[in-house]
Write a protein that binds this ligand. Structure first.
Ligand code: GLN
Length: 547
């Protein structure tokens, strides 16, 4: 049976709870344990699939097709353990399960209440697959005291009592603000936050204290005394230059040791941190720099493209260069020449997105990259835009466009080179979609196989012709246009196994121009950069040498 670590936050949000959880997962792995990380989000949306990336950041997609919180991306990037649908849940999902059971009569006429029905549903979720790993790390979203969070805190309190003694611990993240006027770190907010936790029956075993300044020993002792934790269980968390330094930094501050001590695991297995030393070395000592433009719509909030940003960093690490990313708003050159906005970059990436806004700008970015022979990576919508560009400007389909942007009935503005797919094959099953399905339900979501053309650039990059990548989209490039586009030079070098759905396109006579219908960024890790990103950055390095 797994040991459980429950991770909560207090004082303020955005303290880096997800990162601390992910780093702890990596450290436990380094000591030879198996781990799984889970996120429990108190918001009422059933999943983040329909939440605006402006507000909530990227939607992370799992192999089994769940649309989840971006923290699951951190978990995967730090541990390499592929997240599943059962690793992310929200209040919305919990309540909707409970209400469904109530309607079905599963509760045999009982009055349905937060305790025990909602809390039981949460506890059931926490324990899914508990016998598969040594440690289950469960992060609770939000901060202690949030109204929506209460059932989750109550559920983890009960859960720890249901388990044998010593099977569960609580780790709480807080902030130590610094008062410049008096030159002091203040511990009071942390004390209040722990009091709040204790008032709902949870006594933290470990306190992780975020601070911009070194925490003197005497302050650590004070926190330990007032918050009722052991001295060496007060772990400082300082700002880092790179998130990938977190495992080593937390190790230096004794986080993994404190966790093993809290579980009475002795002697503690020695950690092997070689992977993280190598990662830190590649980040700290780059041998050059490339400039890459991400041409998108959600450029104000970097979290909207979190995994892409990280995958580019990994690509840089593979080539020992720093990747300087600039976010370029596609709307800036919807109607004008993109050159002033795109000149000077060593590569251009057009990411995924939904809706028409900015798409003409993305199409011009693809054209600019094709004509100037600048490396281009188009992801999902970025691939669709590259195909539309090729159709319009090279293959002679002047009004090529996507059905996604043609919603006005009876008024077709575009020839649908990209069309709305309503049925497809997954494994050995036919999947069908109806327009009145739930929003998320109408998408091709999760891992699908693709077959690469032998001798293509992508087959060389992947080092094989069978791949599996994650999807999240409704629209597809129509193979009706394959011949026309291939004659023009845009090769369909990756297809779904049944040959119906284009997965990858590449320009034959271009140094590096690839569009992919899937999201390779979701599977990239600092210690295993995704081959497409590693090679894209390599191509950018080559461009940088030409100038
Ligand atoms: N909007 C496009 C579609 O649904 C692309 C989606 C994406 O880029 N993730 O097909």
């Amino acid at each position: 049976m797994a040991r459980f670590v429950f991770i909560t936050g207090g004082v303020v949000s955005s303290l880096g709870k997800g990162l601390a959880s992910a780093a702890l997962g990596a450290l436990l792995q380094a000591r030879g344990f198996t781990v799984r990380l889970r996120k429990l989000d108190p918001y009422l949306n059933v999943d983040p699939g329909t939440m605006s990336p402006f507000e909530h950041g990227e939607v992370f997609v799992t192999d089994d097709g769940a649309e989840t919180d971006l923290d699951l991306g951190h978990y995967e990037r730090f541990t390499g353990v592929a997240a599943r649908r059962t690793d992310s849940v929200s209040s919305g999902r919990i309540y909707s399960n409970v209400l469904e059971k109530e309607r079905r009569g599963d509760y045999l006429g009982k009055t349905i209440q937060v305790i025990p029905h909602v809390t039981n549903e949460i506890k059931d979720f926490i324990s899914i697959g508990e016998d598969e790993v040594d440690f289950m790390l469960c992060e609770i979203g939000g901060t202690v005291g949030d109204i929506e969070g209460l059932p989750f805190f109550e559920a983890i309190r009960q859960f720890s009592h249901d388990q044998p003694r010593g099977q569960c611990i609580f780790m709480h993240l807080t902030l130590l603000p610094y008062l410049a006027a008096s030159g002091e770190l203040k511990t009071k907010p942390t004390q209040h936050s722990v009091k709040e936790l204790q008032s709902i029956g949870i006594a933290p075993d470990i306190l992780v204290c975020r601070s911009e300044h070194p925490i003197p020993q005497k302050e650590r002792e004070k926190i330990a005394l007032f918050c009722n934790v052991r001295k060496d269980a007060v772990v400082p968390a300082y700002d880092l230059k790179s998130i990938y330094e977190a495992p080593l930094a937390y190790h230096r501050e004794g986080l993994d040791q404190a966790v093993l001590d809290a579980f009475n695991i002795s002697p503690a297995p020695k950690p092997n941190l070689d992977r993280w030393y190598d990662v830190a070395d590649r980040i700290e000592n780059p041998e050059g720099e490339v400039k890459i433009a991400i041409v998108g719509k959600y450029v104000q909030l970097e979290d909207a493209y979190k995994s892409i940003r990280e995958a580019l960093t990994h690509g840089g690490m593979a080539n020992r260069v720093k990747v300087a990313v600039e976010w370029v708003d596609a709307e800036l050159f919807e109607r004008e020449d993109p050159s002033p906005h795109l000149e000077g970059f060593h590569a251009i990436l057009v990411p995924g997105g939904f809706g028409e806004r900015g798409t003409e700008g993305k199409i011009s970015a693809a054209r600019f990259a094709r004509e100037r022979k600048i490396p281009y990576l188009g992801i999902c919508l970025g691939m669709q835009m590259a195909v539309i560009e090729a159709a319009r400007n090279v293959a002679g389909v002047a009004t090529a466009g996507s059905e996604e942007f043609d919603h006005e009935a009876g008024k077709k503005r575009f020839e649908p080179v990209v069309y709305h797919l309503k049925e497809w094959i997954q494994g050995n099953h036919r999947v069908e979609r109806r327009s009145d399905d739930d929003k998320g339900g109408t998408m091709r979501l999760g891992a699908y196989d693709a077959t690469l053309a032998g001798g293509s650039r992508v087959a060389g990059i992947y080092g094989g012709t069978a791949i599996e990548e994650r999807h999240r989209h409704r629209y597809e490039v129509d193979i009706k246009y394959r011949e026309k586009l291939e004659d023009a030079g845009l090769k369909f070098s990756g297809m779904s196994p049944d040959g119906r759905l284009p997965e990858i396109v590449e320009w034959a006579d271009h140094p590096w121009f690839i569009g992919v219908q899937f999201h390779p960024e979701l599977k990239s890790k600092p210690f295993a950069p995704h081959p497409l990103f590693a090679d894209f950055v390599r191509a950018a390095v080559e461009t940088s040498r030409l100038v």
